[in-house]
Design a protein around this ligand. Structure first.
Ligand SMILES: Cc1cc2nc3c(=O)[nH]c(=O)nc-3n(C[C@H](O)[C@H](O)[C@H](O)COP(=O)(O)OP(=O)(O)OC[C@H]3O[C@@H](n4cnc5c(N)ncnc54)[C@H](O)[C@@H]3O)c2cc1C
Length: 432
């Protein structure tokens, strides 16, 4: 029987632990927080997961919140005028083929840890460092590091050929609230873009006190959404969020008139640089350990892919471990397994990075064409569940033109939102 250690009790590591336990593996999970500390701690994510990742959880029998968590049935997209109060220039929405869901990780990871221990996993509460990895490698056949943004993950070497940025591209802010007005007709993520300012999302979710909404700002550094350092208390944070909406997004401000914080820990502000690392870390003893999830490929949350990607990575690793049988887990095997995951993750990274940069004119045309073409709007929205489907048309001007032309059938007579070319809209995405 194989013994496998997983360092980091998050969205990547814990489903893998369940999958291995089910197949009779001996599993050790190392968490730097107890379940009570996780539940009582700060929110760390908006964690919205799309259909195919939720299916992986369901197949593992760990989708415990399906009936409690409000489904997200679609996504609306709005490109706002960069002039305060200028209103939307592009506005459309489409349904997801399968609902998405966001379960507060404080609920999920705490409950999963308890459940894993009850099923026979050994749970160690400690902040693992190199000496601990060595000790685990001594007593286990494979050590997996799924420690997210933890220090230990930063020991894995940055892969310069796969990392586009070396500094944060957005300043992030989360505010979990009750009392936000539901979207009309169906539940959805609101995705608002304001050129040269940033993005604002509303995400229906489940938190400790029941269904809620997450107000999620992504601000271009030093721009008008980069204000969170001045918010010293959770109340200040909420007030700042409402103020930004009143100035930049009056329609969203109207929905948020009566919001209250879900709890004093329902806020977060910070920034990090997206990075891809080499998947294998060689310990001083020469033994290799294998990275998983955000520890190896961390994207800006602008595309809402981190939790889904962590789950897809977990599935690739689980299948590869099971298929490997009794053979030793070598560095080559780790690198090949990661490459298998990268066939999916490369598209996630490329698409996510594209959202952080000013869009080329052809992509603005695509986003505008979606106003009149339900087929185009649907392809973009459902791409969130499978980012490889965005290519080549998302990143190649000719393929994009063809993609739009092929969907003319479904184009309605609605007028073009605005002559975006004439407005030089793409010039207005420049960094402030
Ligand atoms: C503001 C924000 C919004 C987001 N919104 C979304 C979204 O809407 N949709 C989405 O899919 N993704 C979103 N994400 C990303 C998503 O949360 C992550 O990609 C996902 O949680 C990654 O899972 P993971 O298991 O790799 O890492 P993590 O969830 O970070 O888990 C790692 C765990 O390891 C623990 N740990 C760290 N160091 C050690 C150590 N030395 N020893 C033991 N344990 C350790 C940590 O405490 C943590 O519990 C968002 C992220 C942010 C910051």
């Amino acid at each position: 029987m194989h013994r496998i250690a997983i360092v980091g009790a998050g969205q990547a590591g814990l489903p893998l632990a369940f999958g291995l336990l089910d197949k009779g593996y001996e599993v050790t999970v190392v968490s730097d927080r107890t379940p009570d500390q996780i539940r009582g701690g700060k929110v760390l994510s908006s964690q919205c997961m799309f259909g195919s990742a939720l299916q992986i959880e369901s197949d593992l029998g760990i989708d415990d919140w399906h009936d409690l968590c409000p489904p997200v049935d679609g996504i609306s997209f709005s490109l706002q005028s960069p002039d305060p109060g200028g209103g939307p220039l592009i506005d459309w929405k489409a349904r997801l083929d399968r609902p998405a869901r966001s379960v507060d990780q404080r609920i999920k990871m705490a409950q999963w840890l308890v459940k894993l221990e009850a099923r026979g996993a050994r749970v160690l509460i400690q902040k693992a460092g190199v000496a601990d990895l060595e000790a685990l490698a001594d007593t286990h056949d494979l050590v997996i590091v799924s420690a997210g943004k933890g220090d230990v993950a930063q020991l894995f070497e940055r892969d310069a050929s796969r990392s586009t940025f070396d500094a944060p591209q957005r300043v992030l802010s989360l505010t979990y609230v009750h009392g936000l007005k539901e979207a009309d007709d169906y539940s959805r993520i609101s995705f608002n873009v304001i050129p040269s300012v940033g993005e604002y999302f509303v995400i229906p979710a489940l938190t400790l006190s029941g269904p809620c909404h997450i107000m999620f700002f992504e601000g271009i550094p030093q721009g008008p959404f980069d204000i969170w350092r001045e918010a010293l208390t959770p109340g200040d944070h909420l007030d700042a969020a409402k103020r930004l909406l009143r100035t930049w997004l009056p329609r969203e401000a109207d929905r948020a008139k009566r919001v209250e914080l879900t709890d004093a820990h329902g806020i977060l502000a910070g920034a990090f640089a997206p990075v891809v690392r080499k998947p294998v870390l060689q310990l001083p003893s020469g033994r290799p350990v294998f990275g998983l999830g955000d520890a190896i490929a961390i994207n800006d949350p602008i595309s809402g892919q981190g939790s889904s990607s962590a789950t897809h990575a977990c599935k690739v690793y689980l299948d590869a471990i099971l298929a490997h049988g009794d053979a030793p887990f070598t560095r080559d095997w780790m690198e090949q397994t990661f490459e298998q995951y990268w066939t999916y993750a490369e598209a996630v990274t490329q698409w996510t990075n594209s959202l952080l940069m000013p869009p080329p004119q052809y992509r603005l045309k695509l986003l505008d064409a979606a106003v009149r073409s339900p087929a185009i709007a649907s392809a973009i929205v459902n791409g969130f569940d499978h980012p490889p489907s965005f290519f080549p048309w998302w990143s190649d001007a000719e393929a994009c033109e063809r993609f739009i032309a092929d969907r003319q059938d479904s184009v309605s007579n609605a007028p073009a939102s605005r002559d975006l070319q004439r407005d030089g809209m793409n010039q207005r995405f420049a960094t402030p």
